[in-house]
Design a protein around this ligand. Structure first.
Ligand SMILES: [Zn+2]
Length: 167
């Protein structure tokens, strides 16, 4: 597998000729802000990605970014592993400069934009996308019963018993 950070994308060519770059990435090959992320438990997890270049009807170059697959996250209630499906996509419009970007962003709240750079860093784009896809505080729908760390289903009498013990 070709390491992602070795893939330099010529932004002009990629968008004007509507190219595509797709493959699979392993979390461990990404920057530590992803590979060392506190929620991500298994750096061997793999995700499929696809970058698609194009030009919209206002002649603005764009890149569509898609990341999907399953990762192991740490449940924030029982602290055990849970499987989370990520299925994230973004449409990023590229602008000539900061001013054009700011104006477009003001006019359109939902717009996802960036300043055009001659070389697109595929790895950084995908890392940003993965970080945005991660839930803020992932939890099992129901944590398993044999480890009721901070379950809110604690039996009321268990709490009472704990109180009684302290007296
Ligand atoms: Zn849990």
């Amino acid at each position: 597998m070709l390491s992602l950070n070795l893939i330099g994308i010529d932004a002009d060519l990629f968008t004007q000729s509507r190219q595509q770059l797709a493959g699979e990435l392993v979390l461990s090959e990404l920057d530590s802000r992803v590979s060392g992320h506190e929620l991500l438990l298994d750096a061997n997890d793999r995700l499929a990605y696809r970058l698609t270049g194009g030009v919209d009807r206002w002649q603005r170059p764009f890149v569509d970014i898609e990341v999907s697959g399953q990762v192991h996250l740490q449940c924030q209630r029982c602290l055990r592993a849970m499987t989370q499906t990520l299925n994230e996509s973004a449409h990023m419009v590229l602008f000539a400069d900061e001013q054009a970007l700011d104006e477009a962003m003001l006019a359109d709240d939902a717009l996802d934009g960036a300043v055009f750079e001659a070389q697109i860093n595929a790895q950084t784009l995908l890392e940003d996308q993965i970080l945005m896809a991660l839930p803020f505080s992932p939890k099992h729908d129901e944590c398993s019963e044999d480890m009721p760390a901070q379950s809110d289903k604690t039996h009321p009498f268990a709490a009472l018993a704990a109180l009684t013990d302290k007296q």
